[in-house]
Ligand binder design. Structure first.
Ligand SMILES: [Fe+2]
Ligand SMILES: [Fe+2]
Length: 145
């Protein structure tokens, strides 16, 4: 699969997990488990994406600034995850914090899918799109194991 399809597949998973997470209640096992899953999913995705998507894109003039912007957003998402580590699962501040996380992530995914993919399509050769897709998926499997 091309890199875009691999990334898109992860994004759909993130959207689904986050939407379920916003529907959990109080200090439940479901909420704890799901939060851990979301965190792992977001962090592993960003790590593989930076290495097998943004590194080659930073080398090209057309995609350099946009790539840096995306990586900056990865850091913002990470900071929000870190903040959430310090909020009690039963606190009334938890739901607003997860909504904020969802907002940051959804904005980021939409921007990647609508703006970054388009620019990257011009910069990467067809072969490169395929090889990056393969490398991305392999790294994800490694990180997940
Ligand atoms: Fe990203
Ligand atoms: Fe992404």
């Amino acid at each position: 699969m091309r890199i875009f399809d691999e990334i898109k597949e992860d994004h759909e998973k993130q959207r689904t997990l986050l939407s379920i997470l916003t529907k959990t209640e109080g200090d439940s096992e479901g909420r704890r488990e799901l939060f851990e899953k979301v965190k792992e999913e977001l962090q592993n995705h960003a790590e593989a994406e930076e290495k097998h998507f943004y590194v080659p894109l930073i080398e090209a003039d057309l995609t350099r600034d946009k790539s840096r912007h995306s990586i900056h957003e990865h850091h913002e998402i990470d900071e929000q995850l870190e903040k959430m580590e310090n909020i009690d699962f039963s606190s009334s501040a938890w739901l607003p914090a997860v909504k904020k996380l969802q907002e940051l992530v959804e904005h980021h995914l939409d921007e990647e899918e609508h703006e970054v993919f388009q620019m990257a399509g011009k910069v990467l050769s067809e072969n490169k799109k395929d090889s990056l897709g393969k490398e991305f998926r392999e790294m994800r499997e490694e990180l997940d194991s």
